[in-house]
Design a protein around this ligand. Structure first.
Ligand code: NIG
Ligand code: FE
Length: 400
């Protein structure tokens, strides 16, 4: 069964080698084909539909059925490579306090831990489902989901098990913070032993990745040595690495991520020149989370500085109850353009093929023959309307 989609005013492929792409600087790197068509067919290994043909509509082959998108633009579905969707409870009052000047220090995570532990499986499953649906309705077709609001062996396993029901990109974040009930004198080391021992062993079968909140500026998070221990234990248990680093201050997160070959170091808000150099000479993606700066009133990271140095950059939502309760990748694209010095084309690449690189995936993030048919439709004649029509819900995942 093959499906032909025509009537695509602009197709963003993110394939720099595609034939007939628009060549002006506004479209640099996007591989945009005007008046395009796409054929989707069959199923790949996991029976997900794949892209079979991409090109100008007047050269499209016949297919079993065909539908016109009536002059809309199509982009690769957003790859949101950083989120924390497994949580219950409400922290909107914390947001209000930050808007009037209270700084973020990670202390509020304890509130979400308590509410998440108290929630029943069906409640958490419902919340995750609601958030993933919300993401798809805004164009996200791949999402990474972390644990980190359980912080007991049982609650972390549960979070990952539930996350696995909706994505293969699951991340063990037992080292999110030292949990509120383990903060007595001398208990910190015992918690770290648990994370690197029994908790990791129980969680590893449900996770692809291990992550750590490396932030010496937060009394609740972990320093460089502690973070190294978590990451090395995770790797020994068969997990791949990602790091929360340099969110609240300059610190060891970026250098550690690069040294250990992490796929991505996320936040990167406070960077030294040495951090930028280390990233530029590495395979580690710098994942920027502009919604966090928006919701915490921190300064935005300078994406231009990273791009000019040759660093691979992704943008993601970090959707979580504390630092950014937005699941909107179109908003992240708009913020990246308006506040972080990215061109619209760079921001769109960072939210699609950049996210794919941050997840070490080469089957998503582009509209290219052989890739998964993860597409998003823009209710506008051009992809540029994504940042241009900020706040207007014009992007959605294409349901096939
Ligand atoms: O990525 N910084 C650590 N973790 C989350 C925030 C967690 C929370 O406050 O609930 C983040 O920003
Ligand atoms: Fe995060």
């Amino acid at each position: 069964m093959s499906m032909l989609f025509t009537g695509i005013a602009e197709l963003v492929t993110c394939d720099e080698t595609v034939e007939g792409a628009v060549t002006d600087p506004l479209h640099a790197g996007l591989g945009v084909i005007r008046d395009a068509a796409v054929v989707i067919g069959g199923g790949g290994e996991d029976s997900a539909p794949v892209i079979e043909w991409v090109g100008p509509a007047d050269k499209a082959p016949a297919a079993d059925w065909s539908v016109s998108l009536e002059g809309r633009a199509v982009i690769p579905g957003f790859v949101d490579s950083h989120s924390h969707l497994v949580f219950a409870g409400d922290r909107s009052a914390e947001f209000a306090a930050r808007m009037s000047g209270t700084p973020y220090d990670g202390g509020g995570i304890a509130v979400s831990v308590e509410a998440t532990r108290a929630a029943k499986d069906f409640e958490l499953r419902g919340l995750i489902q609601q958030r993933v649906t919300e993401m798809r309705s805004q164009g996200t077709t791949t999402v990474e989901i972390k644990s980190g609001y359980g912080l007991t062996v049982e609650d972390e396993v549960r979070a990952l098990r539930l996350a696995r029901e909706v994505t293969t990109e699951t991340t063990f974040l037992g080292a999110h913070v030292v949990p509120p009930d383990r903060r007595a004198e001398g208990e910190r080391a015992a918690y770290l032993d648990l994370v690197c021992g029994e908790m990791l062993q129980a969680c590893a079968p449900h996770a692809r990745w291990v992550d750590v909140f490396c932030e010496p500026a937060s009394p609740y998070a972990f320093d460089g040595d502690e973070s190294r221990r978590v990451l090395e234990a995770g790797r020994a248990a068969g997990l791949e690495l990602r790091v929360h680093g340099n969110q609240l201050s300059e610190g060891p997160g970026v250098q550690l991520a690069v040294e250990l070959g992490a796929a991505s170091v996320d936040h990167c808000t406070f960077l030294t020149d040495a951090d930028v150099d280390a990233l530029a000479g590495s395979d580690t993606v710098a994942t920027l989370l502009p919604g966090v700066e928006f919701s915490t009133r921190q300064p935005y990271p300078d994406a231009r500085r990273l791009i000019e140095a040759g660093v691979s950059v992704a943008i993601a939502s970090d959707c979580n109850p504390g630092t950014c309760y937005s699941s909107s990748m179109p908003l992240m694209v708009a913020l990246a353009v308006r506040e972080m010095g990215m061109t619209p084309a760079e921001a769109l690449r960072a939210a699609t093929v950049g996210g794919a690189k941050a997840l070490r995936r080469d089957d998503i993030g582009r509209v290219q023959v052989g890739q998964r048919a993860d597409l998003a439709v823009v209710d506008a004649p051009s992809w540029l309307h994504i940042p241009y029509r900020v706040g207007v819900p014009i992007v959605r995942a294409l349901e096939i």
